[in-house]
Design a binder for this molecule. Structure first.
Ligand code: ATP
Length: 220
């Protein structure tokens, strides 16, 4: 089997179990040699709400992924000035691992909007996509929103299935049980003083408490 490298980009503000658990499902299925979680530097589509500093977001990813042998936190977008584009990050991984099968992981909500991403065709030509099941958009609704160019690339995969190395660029729809957690929800609950223990890995929970993130009282 060709070496398999996965890249998972996101704000991770904070990193939550909706990021972690579906990726574990993907790992059990695709048997990646490594999964790199890349906290977004300055994502052009999230300019309305300021992000928590990337140093905090990277630290949370690093701590949450420590128990997982093949999961890594990546500082690829930490030192980039100006907007950071996924396509550039993925291309960097292509250069680093020229002979590997490269997979980009994303939730189905993000995938449904992929045609709004900067140079998205270049992106999907550099990496296979693994689309994670986010409950509110899946099945026929998702298929309707898939750009025409990608329809013929769609392949549904059941968790734990044996996935052979693809011969052409593929978009896998991983049919795992959805894990309905969002960072917006975690931030809101924290602001309201509600528990977030069940929504984030316990290392992230401790980190958020220690650095008093997502508080309105003293803003950390
Ligand atoms: P926010 O609520 O701040 O918009 P988010 O929870 O969507 O954040 P991001 O870090 O912005 O999290 O998302 C990064 C990637 O993770 C995206 O591709 C998104 O679709 C995916 N993702 C986030 N939460 C889930 C989830 N519960 N299940 C599957 N994919 C998810």
């Amino acid at each position: 089997m060709t070496q398999r490298i996965a890249v998972y980009g996101g704000s991770f503000d904070p990193f939550h179990t909706g990021h972690l658990v579906p990726t574990v499902r993907a790992q059990e299925t695709f048997k990646f040699d490594a999964v790199f979680f890349v906290p977004a530097g300055n994502p052009p589509h999230k300019q309305d709400e300021p992000l928590t500093p990337i140093t905090h977001r990277l630290s949370m990813v690093a701590m949450a992924t420590l128990p997982y042998e093949r999961f890594f936190a990546s500082d690829d977008e930490v030192f980039v000035d100006g907007p950071t584009y996924t396509v550039e990050t993925v291309k960097r991984y292509r250069e680093r691992f020229p002979h590997a099968g490269l997979y980009f992981l994303l939730g189905s909500d993000s995938f449904s909007q992929i045609s709004t991403w900067n140079r998205w065709i270049e992106l999907v030509n550099h990496a296979h996509l693994v689309v994670l099941h986010r409950a509110h958009i899946w099945g026929s609704e998702l298929r309707q929103r898939v750009p025409e160019e990608l329809r013929s690339r769609l392949v549904e995969v059941e968790p734990f299935a044996d996935v052979p190395d693809p011969t052409e660029q593929t978009v896998y729809l991983l049919n795992h049980d959805p894990f309905p957690v969002s960072a917006t929800d975690v931030r809101q609950r924290q602001r309201q003083g509600l528990p977030i223990r069940e929504l984030v890995p316990h290392e992230v929970n401790s980190y958020i408490e220690k650095y008093r993130l997502y508080r309105t009282d003293d803003e950390g």
